[in-house]
Design a protein around this ligand. Sequence first.
Ligand SMILES: [Zn+2]
Length: 255
Amino acid sequence: MTLYLVIGPPAAGKSTWVREHAEAGDLTIDFDALANVLTPAALDSHKHTAEVKAVARAARQAAIDAAVVYADDVDVYVIHSTPSAKLMEHYRGLGAEVVTVDPGPDVVMDRISRERPWQMAQAAKKWYSERGLDTPAVKRPTTTERGMGWDHQQHRDRLLRLHIDGTPCWWCERPMFRDPARNFDGAVLEADHSLARVNGGTVADRLLHHRCNRQRGRGTRDHLRPAVASAPEAVPEGEATTLLAWPGAASGDGG
Ligand SMILES: [Zn+2]
């Protein structure tokens, strides 16, 4: 058994390297992969909550400990982007062979700017500065450039995490679910700006059904939304009696 410790800056291609080198039956212990299976609806495969991180760290340690005991005939690949000096010592004590995957600051920063949370640039910068290397600047995108991009995605992720299944949609009052199959339109929930963006709303602050969000559009017909249209106070006089013909209501016992 060889224990490979695969290190490198974020977005270096460590997982890819392992995929290309590990053979069937080998063990791969990857923090991101562990974290992603610990929580439903992994919203971003590179960002984890504190709880998920803590449990993933413990799981990684347990997996490494077990691998050292049980992996006689297979190799073990541990992806650990920036282990502390103490951990490096621990891995070396286990006889680990250290593999550094590092395509260089230009490639890494370019990748981060295109496909990763821009905050990851800090970790990459740190990796290179510790090795005496400069990194090209990754420009944080302006609000205009972001548009419905990263920040909006962050707000939607947050809203989805906080969402309680069955909460009625503001537009149609039908229940909203994380699982698209359970929504009336079979689609994923969307983040909406209660103050429409054309009116200066900058933060998505609630979820709506996909179809309802499209119907709302720029918010010019908010007063006509189905939720209002079906509410008793909006029902024309003539029809109100039908709505109130509820057992008890007619006999005047106040329900
Ligand atoms: Zn709806």
